[in-house]
Each structure stands twice: as structure tokens, then as C-alpha cells.
Design a protein around this ligand. Structure first.
Ligand code: DX5
Ligand code: ZN
Length: 221
């Protein structure tokens, strides 16, 4: 029997004027992925704390908040208070001391803790933090935009992270983010990912529930 997977549709590809309805349409997914961008860490600007508060009021889904912002320690408490169930910070977004401080803020606010890796970052960068993490996110595109092509070369990083997780913290999830679709999800799963962000492959389709079911099916084929 294959391992259960977690799907995390990314609202970056939703229609922000119909956000409540778009979120309701993906309620068969395990998590809801929320991409926060500051226009500095990545060349795009998306949503902030008030929107996360509104999302929290509209759904009981697990809110997986991906912080693509510089010095995330400065905003971690605000996003946790807004209702994020889990926060993910990029290892490239601050010094090791700043990353440590951000993880401590998450603990103080009972948020689950994640780190994310840009494609340039090696798997071993997670090692100082891995024993306490709930999720490691391997970016399979350059962060900043939805709808980009899956980077096959990142499968090596997924495999390396999977080996570290199995050895050091088997309960930690391994999430892949970027370019996940029916033609790429199986390779990421085979490389060791168990959690899959999908933006355009879900919200770009008219029937979102069918799109989620197709991803699940493609993963286990
Ligand atoms: C990109 C974001 C992703 C994005 C994925 O920086 O972190 O979560 O929404 O979009 P797709 O699935 O379209 O590549
Ligand atoms: Zn993301």
C-alpha cells in the first residue's frame, strides 16, 4: 500500500476576487498553501497578514504559510497570530541566527515549523534545524511566480533531503513546491516527497476537485 500523500493547493493561482469560493473548491485537499512574498526576497508581492486572517475565518483547512520574505523573524509572530498552522522560512532569507530566532517564535506561538530551500541551496543546509522541523520544502522552481516549469535537477535535492529525514527526523514531511502537475508529481514522489504544492495545476483547471484527484492518481500510478 502506497504511503498517504498530502496535497497543498496554492492560492497564488486562485482568483483573489473569489478567494472564499476558490478555497471551498479545494476542500478535499489536506492543506492550503499560502504564498507570502515581499518584493525583496523574491521579485513579486502577494498577500500579507490581514488576508491570512480572512482566510482563517473562512476555512478550517490546515494553513501552510510559505514566507518568501527577508528576515522572517520580524513577521513570524504576526502570521502565527493571524492563524497560520505552519510557517516555512527560507534558509537564504536571514543568517543562521535569524533563522533560529524565527523557529523559536514559531514554537512560542504553537505554529508548526518549516524551512524552505531555493534551488541553489544544498540539502545539508537543513541539518542544524532538522531535529525540530515539521516540514522541509524543496523548491522545484525559483520562488516568486506560479506556472513555471518543474526543475528536474531538484530531484537530487529531494533524494538527499529524504535520506536526512529518514535518518534524523522521520516524522518530518518533505514538501515540493513548483511545477507540480500530473506529469511531474510521480517523479517527485519516487524521489521521496510526500507533500505536494500545486497552484496552476489545480486552480488553472475548471474542476478543482477533479484536478486534485488527478494529481493523487498520477502520484500512485
Ligand atoms: C512559487 C510559489 C509556489 C507557486 C507554485 O514561488 O512558492 O507555491 O504557487 O505554483 P505552480 O504550482 O503553478 O508552480
Ligand atoms: Zn509556495
Amino acid at each position: 500500500m502506497a504511503q498517504p500523500i498530502t496535497l497543498a493547493p496554492s492560492i497564488l493561482s486562485a482568483d483573489f476576487c473569489r478567494l472564499g469560493a476558490d478555497i471551498a473548491a479545494v476542500s478535499s485537499a489536506e492543506w492550503l498553501h499560502v504564498d507570502v512574498m515581499d518584493g525583496r526576497f523574491v521579485p513579486n508581492l502577494t498577500i500579507g497578514v490581514p488576508v491570512v486572517e480572512s482566510i482563517r475565518r473562512t476555512t478550517d483547512m490546515f494553513l501552510d504559510v510559505h514566507l518568501m520574505i527577508e528576515k522572517p523573524v520580524d513577521m513570524a509572530a504576526a502570521f502565527a497570530k493571524a492563524g497560520a498552522d505552519q510557517l516555512t522560512v527560507h534558509l537564504e532569507a536571514d543568517t543562521p541566527r535569524g533563522i533560529r530566532a524565527a523557529l523559536d517564535v514559531m514554537s512560542e506561538h504553537d505554529a508548526k515549523k518549516g524551512v524552505a530551500l531555493r534551488p541553489i541551496t544544498k540539502a545539508e543546509a537543513i541539518l542544524p534545524y532538522l531535529p525540530e522541523l515539521d516540514v522541509v520544502v524543496v523548491m522545484t522552481v525559483e520562488p516568486g511566480f506560479g506556472g513555471q516549469k518543474f526543475m528536474d535537477a531538484q530531484l537530487d535535492t529531494v533524494r538527499a533531503v529524504r535520506r536526512y529525514i529518514d535518518r534524523i527526523n522521520p516524522a518530518c514531511r518533505l514538501e515540493v513546491d513548483g511545477g507540480i502537475a500530473v506529469d511531474t508529481i510521480a517523479a517527485a514522489y519516487a524521489a521521496g516527497a510526500d507533500t505536494f504544492v500545486a497552484g496552476s495545476a489545480v486552480f488553472g483547471k475548471p474542476d478543482r476537485a477533479a484536478a486534485l484527484a488527478a494529481l493523487r492518481g498520477a502520484c500512485h500510478e
